[in-house]
Ligand binder design. Structure first.
Ligand code: SF4
Length: 437
């Protein structure tokens, strides 16, 4: 982009619109630009990007649930400057259709197949296809230690080994567990089938999504819950990966710069933003462990047992002008008070409005801000029918009552997700309303 300011036609103000580097989206704290990468970058490059976020925006960055970097607080004048200066960094920026692969793709000794060549073939060929939904996404998952099973995808290719050898299972819509099985194919057929489905969706218009082609297809019985990226992974030979993330997916530029400086100091040369609001740093085991210790001491999430990693919270108030609650405050309180409820078996969804940006899938428990207070939803999305509505002042008590109920009612070997599902909306509502679990 060469213009030094953006007019309203350039700015995408629609709710549900997809922000991009050159098409930022308006939010409560200004314009939001997304930086989507197709490959690893160096800590120096991320630190430079953070400096640009500070210079042109408000110095706050998000790492999204899908692993995109987002720069917040831009103005109509500063957004094009950020665009130009980020492009000058020569990062592996993604253009066009989102075709996503797991963060350890191609280096993970345990994966069934390297998904990157297929992803690249689809990405290239899809450039010709116009008229797809702005948020259309294709996931190509070769298996391995870190899977994209929980991310929604219009089209998902999952590597499987069966008696005939290695094949790609093509699923339509939803997560891996709930997507519909379209076919099981060899590599070249999987690419052409994906492109054919994309062409079909383009003809159906920009509102058409993968699930619209899934009628009558059988449900997949895939993985229910992907492993957390907040851990240290032995990737292959001497290569390890350390998963580190800012609390609730949002960080100050200076905190990320300090983390990148430390990574540099430890000789770490490669990192990838990844799903679940994480950054994966690649290095030898000792460097990964040293960086994890530094990050943990500086407020980052570094372990799957950190209750903050079991919460999906959107930006909330004041960053987003649709928000009615300070989601991060509520989420921090929940992590502090309800560690045993947040056992990693589900994501507590804390959302500033029913749009539910942070967790588009249903959750075992969601807290949604409304103009009157808070809606509490179980086994649903933020916009679904609540089992209870409480005043703002009663928020913390309500959460504690639910945590107490689950603690008292949990059966041997039962995790929180299973317990919440068994208790159901009536028991949960009774606990919240009576105050007596
Ligand atoms: S879900 Fe959160 S971030 Fe998304 S529009 Fe609503 S308040 Fe804003």
């Amino acid at each position: 982009m060469t213009a030094l300011s953006l007019d309203r036609s350039t700015l995408d103000m629609r709710r549900g619109a997809c922000p991009a580097l050159s098409a930022p989206m308006m939010t409560g704290d200004g314009l939001l630009a997304r930086v989507a990468l197709t490959d690893a970058i160096t800590p120096t490059q991320l630190a430079e990007l953070c400096r640009l976020a500070r210079r042109h925006g408000n110095g706050i960055l998000d790492i999204s649930a899908r692993g995109n970097l987002q720069v917040r607080g831009l103005s109509g004048t500063s957004a094009p400057l950020l665009d130009a200066e980020i492009r000058a960094l020569n990062l592996p920026l993604r253009d066009g259709l989102a075709v996503e692969t797991p963060p350890l793709a191609g280096v993970d000794a345990t994966e069934i197949a390297d998904p990157r060549p297929i992803a690249e073939a689809i990405r290239q060929a899809a450039r010709e296809i116009v008229g797809l939904a702005p948020k259309m996404s294709v996931v190509v998952d070769g298996g391995g230690q870190l899977r994209l099973s929980d991310l929604l995808a219009d089209i998902r290719l999952v590597a499987i080994s069966n008696e005939e050898g290695m094949r790609w299972k093509l699923l339509l819509g939803d997560t891996e567990a709930t997507g519909r099985v379209f076919n099981v194919l060899r590599e070249t057929d999987a690419i052409s089938a994906t492109l054919e489905l994309l062409r079909k969706l383009a003809v159906m218009g920009t509102r058409a999504r993968g699930r619209d082609l899934a009628a009558g297809l059988p449900k997949n019985n895939g993985v229910n819950h992907a492993a957390s990226p907040f851990d240290t992974f032995h990737v292959s030979n001497n290569l390890f990966a350390a998963g580190i993330g800012p609390a609730f997916g949002q960080a100050k530029a200076e905190d990320l710069i300090a983390l990148c400086d430390e990574a540099e100091r430890l000789g770490i040369q490669s990192l990838k933003p990844a799903f679940d609001h994480s950054l994966l740093f690649f290095a030898a085991q000792t460097a990964c462990e040293a960086l994890t210790a530094f990050a943990g001491g500086n407020g980052f999430v570094t372990s799957p047992s950190d209750p903050r990693s079991a919460i999906a919270a959107c930006s909330g108030s004041p960053a987003c002008n649709s928000a009615t609650i300070a989601t991060h405050e509520l989420a921090a309180k929940a992590a502090e008070d309800c560690g045993d409820l947040l056992d990693g078996s589900f994501k507590l969804h804390v959302t500033g409005c029913p749009k539910g940006c942070a967790h588009p899938e249903p959750s075992a428990l969601a807290f949604c801000g409304t103009t009157a207070g808070l809606s509490l939803i179980t086994q649903g999305k933020a916009a679904d029918e609540p089992f209870a509505s409480v005043a703002f002042a009663d928020t913390n008590n309500s959460l504690r009552r639910i945590a107490d109920l689950v603690r008292n009612e949990r059966q041997t070997g039962e995790n929180s997700a299973a317990c919440l599902a068994r208790l159901g909306p009536r028991r949960l509502a009774a606990a919240v309303m009576s105050g007596r679990p």
